[in-house]
Design a protein around this ligand. Structure first.
Ligand code: CIR
Length: 254
């Protein structure tokens, strides 16, 4: 059960955020703000109290809050983003988390880790070894988890930006799976909901209490999630998609 979430307002500099999809065009800032409002409203509908942090103009990708921290039921951790332009986003995060967590750890260089690479399945955490999260970062995270009676394991990956670009745990054993993770043995025993290649962006959904937030515009994935008996709330993230950002990236939930 999540009771809280933290989000950061998008900065006007959002248009300069990192993207592997420049053909989608630059985000429209006003539209991004309206989508952010709707995202917050959707989280609130799920019963979560949302803390909204102010925009950081110096960091175009800073609204992708998920990447700078990990919040677990036992402790929180400040990451060390692998993208050099995002490293400074961690400043002040420990102070924010201190309002909620007594125990706060961090990932230290040369370790790098971004929260988008961490998927929580109960007390077990899967850590994607991506271009942003290195083996040392994953090792530090697993050690931090084990110190608190939790556990974790690394997952090899080659194609996707983050682990949760292609995987979302929807609770009750349901796992949304796309692309390179369809063949990964680690995920064979879940109740898998496969995401069609042309809808792969929709593999990034979030289960928040009684509902699943699903990006709008991906009817096959939406239908498959509903067929699994889960309640869906559609949220338009078109402007964040232009920067490879999805629903999970926009908040920390705990
Ligand atoms: C980046 O490349 O870092 C941002 N443009 C997108 C981050 C998306 N975050 C996530 O998947 N957790």
């Amino acid at each position: 059960m999540f009771t809280k979430a933290i989000v950061r307002r998008p900065a006007k500099s959002l248009v300069q955020g990192i993207t592997s999809n420049p053909q989608l065009g630059k985000p429209d800032y006003d539209k991004a703000l309206r989508q952010h409002d709707a995202y917050i409203a959707a989280l609130e509908k799920c019963g979560v109290a949302v803390k909204v942090l102010p925009a950081l103009e110096a960091y175009p990708d800073s609204c992708f809050m998920e990447d700078v921290a990990l919040c677990t039921r036992k402790f929180a951790l400040v990451t060390n983003p692998g993208a050099p332009s995002r490293r400074g986003e961690i400043e002040g995060i420990a102070e924010v988390l201190a309002g909620y967590f007594a125990d706060i750890d961090r990932i230290r260089a040369p370790g790098t880790l971004e929260g988008g690479d961490v998927m929580m399945v109960g007390d077990r955490f899967y850590v994607g070894l991506s271009a942003r999260t290195n083996a040392e970062g994953a090792r530090q995270l697993v050690a931090a988890l084990e110190k608190r009676g939790l556990s974790g394991q690394g997952v090899d990956m080659r194609e996707m930006l983050h682990l949760k670009t292609g995987l979302s745990y929807l609770e009750e054993g349901f796992l949304l799976v796309a692309g390179e993770f369809l063949a990964a043995p680690e995920f064979a025993s879940f109740k898998r909901i496969e995401v069609a290649p042309e809808e792969s962006y929709a593999a990034n959904c979030i289960r928040v209490n009684e509902h699943v937030l699903v990006p709008s515009g991906f009817p096959k994935t939406e239908a498959r999630i509903r067929e699994a008996g889960l309640s869906v709330i559609l949220v338009d993230t078109s402007e964040y998609r232009k920067l490879d950002g999805g629903l999970s990236c926009l908040s920390l939930r705990f």
